[in-house]
Design a protein around this ligand. Structure first.
Ligand SMILES: Cc1cc2nc3c(=O)[nH]c(=O)nc-3n(C[C@H](O)[C@H](O)[C@H](O)COP(=O)(O)OP(=O)(O)OC[C@H]3O[C@@H](n4cnc5c(N)ncnc54)[C@H](O)[C@@H]3O)c2cc1C
Length: 366
C-alpha cells in the first residue's frame, strides 16, 4: 500500500489522480492532492485550467505517434462522457475547421479517427470569406468542455474515492513536499504546469529554460452557436496580429468563448483591448451566422509551453539528511492541449507509476 501525492489540481493533476485510482485500486493507501490553486480560483493567470476553450482538435503532427495516442485516448473518453454523463460538462459539437491547404489534412482526418467527417463545400468556404483555392474546410465531431464544470466533476469523483485535498502556499522546491507532509511519500506526481521549472530549478536547471508561457486571450459573448469554428492562417485583409487565429466554441450552458492568440514568451497579465476588437472582427468575418457579439467578459491566461513538448517522465531526487529518495512522475508542459490529451497523458503517468506501485489493472471504468 502506497502513499501518493499529486502536486497540482489542474486538468493534468486531477486526471492523473483519477487514473491512478482506477489502475491501482488496491495499492493506494492514501492519495493527497496538494496545490496552491483549485477549481473555482480565478486569481492566477498562470493556473491555466480554468481558462481553456476547451475543445478537442489535436495539434499532433502526423508522425508524432505518442501525442496522437494521448489525444486519441482523451477523444474516446470525451465521447463516452458526453453520452453517459452530461453532468461532466463535456458536450458534443460539430467543429468546422478551416486552414490553408499547404498545411495538409490533420492526422485524425487522414486516419478517419474522429466521428462524422465531411469536407466543407466551396460554397460554404466562400460564405465564410475564405478562398476555396487556398483553404480546406473539414467538419467532424468534437466536444466542448466547460473547465469549471469538468474540474469540479473530477474533484467530486476524487473525494468519493477517498482522496484528500490540501491547499498550500506555492511550494518553492519539489522536495519541500516532504517537510509539508512530515513524511516521504512513495510517489509524487508533478502536475504543476508552467511553474514546474521553478520547482525543479535545483535538481534540473534545464527545465527552467525549457518551460515558457504561451499567452492566450479570450472574449466571452452571450450569443450561442450550434457548432464550433476554427480558422487558422487568417486572410491578410483582416490585418490580424502575429499568432492570431479564430476559435469559437459554444458552451453547454450557453454563450461562446471566442479566441484567440498564441503569444509565446509573454508572461504578462494584461488584456489587449485592440486584440479584443480584432478577435471580434475576425469572428464576424468568418461566422456570418452570428448577428451580434455581446461581450460579457475577456481575459488572458498562460498555456504551459515546453521546448520538446509535454514531459511525462520518471525522476528520483536525493533528499538532504534522508536515506530515502523522492520518486516523481512528471506530467507538465502540455501547452494548448491539456484537455484534449488529458486521458492519454494520465495513462502514461500510470505506466510510469507502476515502477513504484506494481502491476496495473487494465480495465477502464472511470
Ligand atoms: C486561452 C486558452 C485556451 C485553451 N484552449 C484549450 C483547448 O481548447 N483544448 C485543450 O485541450 N487545451 C486548451 N488550453 C490549454 C489547457 O488549458 C492547458 O493545457 C491545461 O489547463 C494545463 O493544465 P495543467 O493541469 O497541466 O496546469 P494548470 O492548470 O496550470 O495546473 C497547475 C496546478 O499546479 C499548482 N501549482 C503550480 N505551482 C505550484 C507550486 N509551486 N506549489 C503548489 N502548487 C502549485 C497550481 O495551483 C495548479 O493547481 C487552453 C489554454 C488557454 C490559456
Amino acid at each position: 500500500m502506497s502513499k501518493i501525492v499529486v502536486l497540482g489540481a489542474g486538468v493534468s493533476g486531477l486526471t492523473s489522480a483519477l487514473c491512478l485510482y482506477e489502475e491501482f485500486p488496491e495499492r493506494i493507501q492514501d492519495l493527497t492532492i496538494v496545490a496552491s490553486e483549485f477549481v473555482g480560483d480565478y486569481h492566477a493567470h498562470d493556473f491555466t485550467s480554468p481558462w481553456a476553450g476547451a475543445n478537442w482538435a489535436s495539434f499532433a503532427k502526423i508522425d508524432d505517434f505518442e501525442q496522437i495516442e494521448r489525444d486519441k485516448a482523451a477523444y474516446l473518453k470525451f465521447l463516452q462522457l458526453s453520452k453517459t454523463d452530461p453532468s461532466s460538462g463535456v458536450k458534443p459539437y460539430m467543429l468546422k475547421f478551416c486552414f490553408l491547404k499547404e498545411k495538409g489534412l490533420p492526422w485524425y482526418i487522414q486516419q478517419k479517427f474522429v466521428k462524422n467527417i465531411a469536407m466543407l463545400s466551396d460554397e460554404e468556404l466562400r460564405f465564410r470569406n475564405l478562398d476555396p483555392a487556398l483553404y480546406y474546410g473539414v467538419e467532424f465531431q468534437s466536444f466542448t468542455v466547460t473547465p469549471t464544470v469538468y474540474n469540479t466533476y473530477m474533484l467530486a469523483k476524487l473525494r468519493k474515492l477517498g482522496a484528500k485535498i490540501k491547499r498550500v502556499a506555492r511550494l518553492d522546491l519539489i522536495t519541500d513536499v516532504v517537510a509539508l507532509l512530515g513524511y516521504v511519500p512513495d510517489l509524487v506526481v508533478n502536475a504543476t504546469g508552467i511553474n514546474a521549472g521553478k520547482l525543479l530549478r535545483l535538481e534540473e536547471p534545464a527545465e527552467l529554460e525549457k518551460l515558457h508561457p504561451v499567452k492566450g486571450q479570450i472574449v466571452q459573448i452571450y450569443e450561442d452557436l450550434p457548432f464550433q469554428v476554427m480558422v487558422e492562417g487568417l486572410p491578410k485583409e483582416l490585418n490580424a496580429q502575429s499568432g492570431q487565429f479564430l476559435n469559437i466554441f459554444p458552451r453547454a450552458e450557453g454563450g461562446c468563448i471566442v479566441g484567440g492568440i498564441m503569444a509565446k514568451g509573454d508572461w504578462s497579465n494584461t488584456v489587449n483591448k485592440e486584440l479584443n476588437e480584432s478577435i471580434l472582427k475576425v469572428c464576424r468575418y468568418h461566422v456570418p451566422e452570428l448577428k451580434a457579439t455581446t461581450v460579457y467578459n475577456s481575459y488572458v491566461a498562460l498555456r504551459p509551453g515546453r521546448q520538446g513538448g509535454v514531459r511525462i517522465e520518471f525522476s528520483e531526487y536525493r533528499l538532504g539528511g534522508q536515506s530515502q529518495t523522492l520518486k516523481v512522475v512528471h506530467n507538465y508542459g502540455i501547452g494548448g492541449a491539456g484537455y484534449q490529451s488529458s486521458y492519454g497523458s494520465a495513462r502514461q503517468v500510470c505506466e510510469l507509476a507502476s515502477q513504484v506501485l506494481g502491476r496495473r489493472k487494465t480495465s477502464s471504468k472511470l
